[in-house]
Design a protein around this ligand. Sequence first.
Ligand SMILES: [Zn+2]
Length: 121
Amino acid sequence: MGHWCRICGSIRPNEKFSGKGHRNHICKACSRKPKEEIEEIEQREEIFNYLKQANISKKNIARLETLTCSSNKKILELATIVLEVARIKPNKKRRLKFLAKEHGKLLLKLEKSGLIMAHHC
Ligand SMILES: [Zn+2]
């Protein structure tokens, strides 16, 4: 039996986790990574999750606005795309079809950034 690390995304033996790491789902090796690196993985995950939700709420949109001010260019880019999607079509239902019809450029951005994967799982 092991424990799942949400940073490296793998199941690792329990002894690879400290008490705090166990709670936070971060193994000892990953907890030694630079803060920026951990933050990037977490925020990337967070942004993907917004697209997986049935609806992106106003609160989520406010959070995405904050993320578009990130000093991390990758996070800034992803947040900008998802924010645009959230404003046009917060509901997941038929979102891709709608974007394909009305907002081809935005759909292309979803494809290029890999964010479109959030719609397939
Ligand atoms: Zn790890």
